[in-house]
Design a protein around this ligand. Structure first.
Ligand SMILES: Cc1cc2nc3c(=O)[nH]c(=O)nc-3n(C[C@H](O)[C@H](O)[C@H](O)COP(=O)(O)O)c2cc1C
Length: 227
């Protein structure tokens, strides 16, 4: 697949066929993706492929936390409202809302239907029933600073490589929202920080949630050329 075609075709996949994904395929994808660039070539990333019975326990564990009303507490900190950081504002918040509206529209979730929204959130903490997830971690030595950019380049590389294997992905913070639970179930050492999760599997293209495309800002509104 051509690079430009792959970049344009990639989209977050949020419904999967139940068929399992072989560990060998996931290894093949990661083998390509680790060609991604990283600052000073530190390659800070490490991976945990989670499938089968462990994945079932991980989903159950995350849903349980969510049902208990425990808020997300990923290792990479979220905006802290108590410290006056109100998170996304202005155009950025608008884009977030637009995405939510798109998702709820395709799923037929009416505005204010709290139960349906909670059900959707639960589905997210079930990682959209993907047959496999990849948890990307870095050593605690990295202090959650620049190497996080490296993880970003890596995640996009996984997403693009997966297309070549007819796989879909969704990069997901939700997979690492409850790091203590993920560490416990998956057996990730205390010395590792959980940065991102990714779902991976064969997309269910018939599912409505895979039938919308998120919108992008006009380049003109993002670009300044100086010469
Ligand atoms: C760092 C990061 C975290 C994300 N976390 C989630 C998530 O927890 N749940 C989810 O459904 N999508 C998540 N996404 C997917 C974004 O919502 C998606 O990339 C964005 O809406 C653009 O849509 P597209 O990927 O289909 O182009 C995440 C994406 C990134 C890059």
């Amino acid at each position: 697949m051509e690079v430009i075609e792959a970049i344009k075709r990639r989209q977050s996949v949020r419904a999967f066929k139940p068929e399992p994904v072989s560990t060998q395929t996931l290894r093949d994808i990661l083998e390509v993706a680790i060609c991604a660039p990283s600052g000073v070539n530190a390659q800070p990333w490490e991976f945990f492929i989670v499938k089968g019975e462990v994945l079932d326990r991980l989903k159950a564990g995350c849903v349980e936390q969510f049902r208990q009303g425990i808020g997300p507490g990923p290792d990479l900190p979220l905006p802290d409202k108590e410290k006056g950081d109100m998170g996304l504002q202005g155009i950025y918040r608008k884009r977030q809302v637009t995405l939510g509206v798109q998702i709820f529209k395709v799923l037929g979730i009416a505005k204010g239907d709290r139960q349906a929204m909670m059900d959707y959130m639960e589905q997210m903490y079930r990682f959209f029933e993907a047959p496999a997830v990849i948890v990307i971690v870095v050593d605690e030595m990295f202090k959650l600073t620049w190497p996080m950019i490296d993880v970003g380049t890596l995640a996009q590389s996984i997403a693009l490589t997966a297309l070549e294997f007819d796989m879909g992905t969704c990069i997901m913070r939700a997979i690492v929202d409850y790091p203590a639970k993920v560490k416990e179930v998956v057996g990730i050492p205390e010395s590792k920080k959980l940065i991102l999760g990714m779902t991976i599997g064969r997309p269910d293209w018939d599912h409505p949630i895979n039938q919308f495309r998120s919108v992008r800002e006009d380049l003109e509104n993002l670009l300044t050329v100086v010469e």
